[in-house]
Design a protein around this ligand. Sequence first.
Ligand code: GLU
Length: 308
Amino acid sequence: MPDLQTIVADIHRELSPRFGEGRLPDYIPQLARVAPDRFGLAVVTVDGAVHLAGDADAAFSIQSISKVFTLTIALGKHGDAIWKRVGREPSGSAFNSIVQLEREEGIPRNPFINAGAIAISDLLLAGHPPKEAIGEILRFVRYLADEEEIVIDGEVARSEAATGYRNAALANFMRSFDRLIHPVEHVLGVYFHQCAIAMSRQLARAGLYLAAGGTNPLTGHRVVSPQRARRINALMLTCGHYDGSGDFAYHVGLPGKSGVGGGILAIAPGKASIAVWSPGLNDVGNSALGTIALEMLAARTGWSVFGA
Ligand code: GLU
């Protein structure tokens, strides 16, 4: 295998004629304003080597990738009790689908579809006003990445709140089944702000605990137990790309979580944490070129969890 820096640089160069492919998510106006031809790739290995290409230093909206971090906090606070509120099965439906939720009486299929993440935001509000819950999430992400500069993009949060009719519908629907404890506006406030966290290559560092059995090998922070890290990875593999999760496992073979900001966090257990960003999305709402870049990376490194 060529060295990792060469692989990362080659992927960037080979994909450059395609930069700009895919569609921007116009249902969040602020995200539709991002230059579509941006592309960044950051690979941080468990021994601390960092390999970057393209716009790896540009901050992007992590959107649903935040759901990995809120799930981690919720598991830390409430343990297995969270599985009374959300399931652990892939949905096979779009990220914002409401149909399944009615059939399953307000219990979302998994913590990574929007309804599931909204239920997790409700859990994080226990004992806190919304501002504190949001502050706690931001502090946790800074702690994971070991970077104090990470911020929430207030414009993105406001933009989504102004047009988040679907998410408001999901939250109200769950409330109608008595599945949310806190006021819908508070829950959505937490959810929209966690989605609006902006990160660059910092995201790869933040995911490192999942690549290294629950402990960030660079800082020594023990974030979760090895068993919990394994289980979060399992959920990312089966549910991290909405109804594109099967295809992502087939082509890439790594636990991953996508966001409509065009970012993907992928974990190569025992090896590395990877962040890729390219804003254009494919038909199921995952980064079009980001997915292809990860497929190339997994093929060239032999990192697929299903074998080299
Ligand atoms: N904030 C987005 C939404 O709720 C997140 C979706 C995503 O990133 O996939 O619609």
